[in-house]
Design a protein around this ligand. Structure first.
Ligand SMILES: [Zn+2]
Length: 322
């Protein structure tokens, strides 16, 4: 049985694990990212964490390493093209080269959402499916496209950024990307929380969610929606509406990509059935007939998806002999 070292570098924490070819996580460790200390300090922590997990692991020595990181990645040489604001000064870093020098292993670097998509497709909700669309809904909306069992990166590594698909280019809200009506402005966590405050108002927010408007979270709305208390019906309606917006974008993507399955992950996916019902209804109304019944399911691996997928990307690179 072969093993790979896997790292998931996010804005808050760095997670590491030794992962088997069958997707089992054997040894884990994590540390804070502390991105304000700069890219070199983050890189140093990532290298040390990888060494720590390798030396503690009872499994055979890893044959390769896979790394999921925030930002846009040049997968050909493993450098960071553009870093997310959560990892300032990460842009331009030759991450693969630096990690290969430090660990003495072949390293594959992937965007973290892409890594999570590959993890779901190989060992999660999409197990056994070759063509998969994975949508991550949290503070923003990201995505990954898996075609023929491999991540589709596009020409510049940007593929999968479906949060900026417009669902209302005429009267829509202006987005930070410069676009109008991007789905992220309607179905991300902050968008759902803002819609709640706008539609329900401060008085009923205090009454139904027992918090101030600025403390509203999707998790609180989802908990209310799951019960039968006063306010549960408007909570379900609001989550269904947000799901409907996301479903409009997914319907367009189904027409283009025709995947076997759509997997929805990220914190907002915990909003549960009303959110998923909204997505499925919009897809039935808007997608072309052949793809209207494409299964749309919750992600299965949770926060481990990127670790599993990063390891699988490393095994795939070894297999390809690149
Ligand atoms: Zn946008």
């Amino acid at each position: 049985m072969k093993h790979a070292l896997a790292l998931d570098i996010g804005g808050t924490k760095i997670a590491a694990a030794i992962v088997s070819e069958t997707g089992a996580l054997i040894q884990r460790a994590q540390c804070p990212t502390l991105p304000a200390e700069g890219a070199e300090a983050v890189l140093g922590r990532a290298i040390a964490l990888g060494r720590r997990v390798m030396s503690a692991s009872p499994a055979s020595a890893p044959v390769a390493a896979g790394v999921g990181t925030g930002g846009q990645v040049d997968v050909a040489d493993g450098h960071i093209i553009y870093a997310t604001p959560l990892l300032p000064r990460w842009s331009g870093l030759p991450l693969r080269q630096r990690l290969e020098e430090a660990w003495g292993l072949p390293v594959q670097v992937e965007n973290d959402v892409n890594a999570a998509g590959l993890g779901e497709s190989t060992h999660g909700a999409g197990r056994g499916q070759r063509h998969l669309l994975c949508v991550a809904v949290g503070t923003g909306i990201g995505g990954a496209i898996v075609l023929d069992g491999r991540i589709y990166h596009g020409a510049t590594g940007l593929a999968g950024h479906l949060g900026h698909l417009s669902i209302d280019a005429i009267r829509g809200r202006r987005c930070g990307c410069g676009g109008i009506g991007c789905v992220e402005m309607y179905a991300s966590g902050p968008a759902i929380e803002a819609a709640w405050v706008k539609q329900v108002g401060p008085r009923r927010t205090r009454q139904w969610l027992a918090c101030e408007p600025k403390e509203v979270t999707v998790a609180k709305i989802a908990a209310l929606a799951a019960g039968a208390d006063e306010g549960s019906a408007p909570a379900r309606q609001l989550l269904g509406q947000a799901g409907g917006y996301l479903g409009q974008a997914i319907a367009s993507l189904l027409n283009v990509l025709d995947p076997q399955l759509v997997v929805i992950g990220g914190g907002v996916a915990q909003a549960g059935e009303p959110f998923f019902a909204g997505i499925r209804q919009a897809v039935r109304e808007r997608a072309m007939p052949s793809v209207q019944q494409t299964p749309i399911v919750p992600a299965a691996l949770g926060p481990d998806a990127a670790l599993v997928g990063a390891a699988m990307a490393a095994f795939q690179r070894l297999q390809a002999g690149i």
